[in-house]
Design a protein. Structure first.
Length: 360
């Protein structure tokens, strides 16, 4: 039998805490074989919830702490005062070798800061990135960064492409993910200098484990033109929040339209099966769970307001990553990138020496 995967859970984070986390673990326990959970939080509250969740109770070990980090606490404060909190302890379990991954619905800034402090960045990576799984016309795309970095230079955008492709392969099953750089147009002269330079690097590096397709535009995200869309955290977060707002707007408009009168309600009844499928397709919880890519460990951020199904989805992302060769794939592509840069520098040096010799 395969060795069980252990996932560390911050049970006190998010808008709902144990009242959502434990039912989510009940869902996960029934659908994910050979998975165990280290659940960090208040043991009284957790045991009360676990008493109503027999499947979760059988695979959970409660690690008590009465300390938690508030959702509005600043990252610097969380780093100074967060030691011993449920969020801190959940991440620390990875470093200690007690868990393969961590899931938290807590304060995003605090989770990012504490994860970087405890786990550190992977070698050769400059910045972490948060990746979002995005429903599209063709399936699920990965979009990153969606909030970890306001600004990103060309090298960081290339790193995001490498990490995003490895994520899509591990979680969404693509064999050779297609990758695009988000830009204001598809023409090569469009966009700012960092995006154009990242495009040049990716275009000139044919040995990655993914297929780079060049620039994509905002409309291409929903079309599913590529598997992975790369951008900086400012643009990615604006795009994500805009999409979430539009989804709620259209959902509300459809609801009002279908309850406007007897005929509309009859039509809704006839189309109820199709409408249910559409609702499930657009449900953010179905693809909830944004990993913090680039760390020496797997940390998955769940939406703070996620329900039990949404948090369970984030747990599944953590399990999929823990069972994959995700980090090895990133390492392979980073080594290829470094080798190509070193070779280019040698070629430039040799060319410069030849030019100087000819001049002499």
């Amino acid at each position: 039998m395969p060795k069980p995967v252990v996932i560390s859970i911050d049970a006190m984070g998010g808008d709902h805490g144990p009242s959502v986390v434990v039912p989510a673990l009940e869902i996960a326990a029934k659908s994910l074989p050979d998975v165990r959970f280290l659940v960090h939080g208040d043991e009284v509250a957790l045991n009360a919830e676990l008493a109503r969740a027999p499947a979760a109770r059988a695979v959970c070990t409660v690690v008590h702490t009465d300390k938690s980090i508030a959702m509005d606490e600043k990252p610097a404060q969380a780093m100074r005062r967060g030691k011993g909190s449920s969020l801190w302890n959940a991440v620390e379990a990875i470093r200690a070798g007690e868990a393969a991954a961590c899931v938290s619905a807590g304060n995003t800034g605090a989770l990012m800061a504490i994860s970087k402090l405890i786990l550190r960045m992977s070698a050769d990576l400059e910045r972490p990135a948060i990746v979002a799984s995005w429903p599209t016309m063709k399936g699920i795309s990965a979009v990153l960064d969606v909030g970890a970095n306001v600004e990103s230079d060309a090298d960081q955008l290339v790193e995001f492409a490498i990490m995003g492709a490895a994520f899509h392969h591990a979680v969404h099953g693509s064999t050779r993910p297609t990758v695009g750089l988000l830009n204001v147009g598809s023409e090569e002269q469009k966009g700012h200098e960092e995006v154009r330079e990242a495009h040049r690097i990716l275009q000139d590096s044919p040995h990655f484990d993914f297929d780079y397709r060049g620039f994509v535009e905002g409309t291409d995200i929903a079309y599913g033109t590529v598997d992975v869309v790369v951008t900086d955290g400012f643009t990615g977060n604006v795009a994500l929040k805009t999409a979430e707002g539009l989804a709620r707007f259209f959902g509300n408009e459809i609801k009002q339209t279908l309850t406007a009168g007897p005929l509309a309600m009859l039509g809704a009844l006839i189309a109820s099966g199709s409408l249910k499928k559409m609702k499930q397709r657009l449900d953010p919880g179905r693809v909830n769970g944004g990993p913090l890519l680039g760390l020496n460990g797997i940390v998955v951020k769940s939406h703070g307001g996620a329900d039990a199904n949404g948090f369970a989805s984030a747990v599944r992302v953590a399990v999929d990553l823990a069972r994959s060769d995700f980090t090895a794939e990133i390492d392979r592509n980073l080594k290829r990138l470094t080798a190509e840069k070193d070779q280019a520098a040698k070629d430039d040096g040799a060319e410069g020496a030849e030019t100087q010799g000819a001049a002499e």
